[in-house]
Write a protein that binds this ligand. Sequence first.
Ligand code: ADP
Ligand code: MG
Length: 705
Amino acid sequence: MSSVPPASPGPSAAERLATPAQFVKGIGPQRAELLAKLDLHYARDFLFFFPRAYQDLSELREIDQLEEGRSASVVGIVEEVELRNTGPGKSLLGMLLRQGTRFLRCLWFNQPWMRQKLEEGRRLMVSGEPKLEGLRWEMIHPRIEPLAENEDAPAGRILPVYPLTDGINQNQMRRMVGGVVESLAELVDDVFPEDFLAAHDLWPIRRALPQIHSPDDQASLEQARRRFIYQELFVLQLALALRKYRLEHNRAAPPLPTSSKIDARIVRLFPFELTAGQRQTIDEICADMARPHPMNRLLQGEVGSGKTVAAMYAMLLAVAHGYQAAFMAPTEILARQHQQTLSRALAASKVRIGLLTGTLTVGERADLLGKIAAGELDIVVGTHAVTHAVAQSGVEFAKLGLVVIDEQHRFGVRQRAALKKAGIDPHYLVMTATPIPRTVGMTLFGDLDVSTLRDVPPGRQKVHTYWAADAQRLKWWQFFRKELDAGRQGYIIAPLVEESDFVEGVNVRELFEVLSRGELANYSLGLLHGRMTPSEKDAAMDAFRSGRTQVLVATSVVEVGVDVPNATLMAIEGGERFGLAQLHQLRGRISRGSHPGYLCVFANPQTDESRDRLDAFTKTSDGFALAEIDFRLRGPGDLFGTRQHGLPPLRIADLARDTAIVEEARRDAQELVAVDPELTTPRFAALRRMVLFRYGEALDLGDVG
Ligand code: ADP
Ligand code: MG
């Protein structure tokens, strides 16, 4: 085996931790190449290569001590193995494990490859749930652990289960990681000072490292995991708190205070009284915008709660001070709707509004950009994509005071960091109607102040939500027609079969054909889907908005933001294909007027999760509650994760599972930044380096001294 010859004074701890994998004892160049695929390059990488699961062998039993249904491990010798074909592609593998004079039968269905691990005469440990079949104990699909001739069963141990790559099996991986942990864990320095660890009930790293890989018992495993989950979340929350502090203190934005005169002039434009929630939100926005530092505020509110009004107020406040405002929407349909709403409200004023979308001709676009740069437009409405491209291409607003980003829960912290330009910042208002789970909000929007609109404008009616089987269609369409006859309008939503526009078009068009010849033959139907040109989409939306078409057959392009108060009916086909947040967004389309809404979801759920989701949807109309349910149903994973927001993925923490630690870490990080904003205290130097290393680039924190 190759290994580095010891240099004369002996390598330092840092050098030993940085030993390339191939020189680590028991690895060598060939394995090192395989391990590189798992991002294991240096000795220290193995220390932080955490198990993805554990196998609890602490229940080691004799065969006659087994209890039905209680997981246990049994050590014995493979007595007999038989593999039978039981049909095309089907097999049954049986193994008899002998322990003294007793036998345990193990069965594997359709796993013929297990045969090769079950050599007769071999000593094994099997772990699983025992069942008494007649007089014999049986385990179905037990885990197996080969043991050497005189090797003790790893009694009372919890074995790590690591991610693997081709050519390296679990036992080899355990030995390699175990070896590194044993020899190097004690060289790792803690990023936390000792008193901090004690005060926060955290294990020192030198104690936690061995226990996370090879825990003594469940309690130690919990403590070790807590230590690393906390560290990961704390570092992230520190980065966010640092960014927030900097935005609030180090960056300049034009102070744009409101006054009773400005307020009266703006409020007059709205054809209704503001709700208490809107008033409060507007007050919070005004307080932010009055400061000489940029506002960074997230406005979250239930679908239909009237967020646009708050955005309009903020934009007009900027305009009142001679500044420009940019209003970004996720779709062209929504951008155009906002432009129309604004134009209507501001028809009698001198405010100049421009619409910047992907459909402008080259000439129109150049003309518009010219006006933006010359300050000849006050409010520019555009799609996220286009506005972002414009910002990147260096087109300057003459005097940008405010950026509003509508309906964009995907527009995370990283994207916002990228939008900022040198010099004076605009104020930022981000709006979302997709209520996000608390812990996700604390992370992806962890650098923002949050306003929440909980009330909806008065007079809103409930949406009655049904989940129906095919048998109920006749009755539903009867009801649908009756409501249309009474003057209402409705949406019919077709699912995306695949993420392909082509299929999308086919699907929704077919539905359109079937309905216009069948159930809705005597009504005027419109069609809206992603394959249509923007002007076709506009025409379809205009016809629906004005009531010329009574029914809009559409894909989920209408999901976000579309506002047609007279539409109170909706049917959703293939409901099992929609996520909970998406269903709730769709429902939001028909809860905007003074008539009650009726929504019927046709769905054939194939999984429990899908069934639970539909069940929750019909029973709960509170978007915030639904967001939490959705999050729990989805379980761990990166769906709401950090990666799609441009942040490094979390390695051990899980925002859905570790909610209590997220809150704890956030509180602690904010406390620390409040007393030591730049983390200049020497005792936090290591922590600070870690924050910058991990998030410096993503969160634009690089310039710390
Ligand atoms: P969202 O929060 O989902 O973006 P919108 O801003 O589109 O909601 O508002 C939904 C509807 O409610 C719009 O038709 C809007 O004109 C109306 N609306 C907003 N505020 C009020 C209010 N205070 N009183 C009555 N209607 C309102
Ligand atoms: Mg909206």
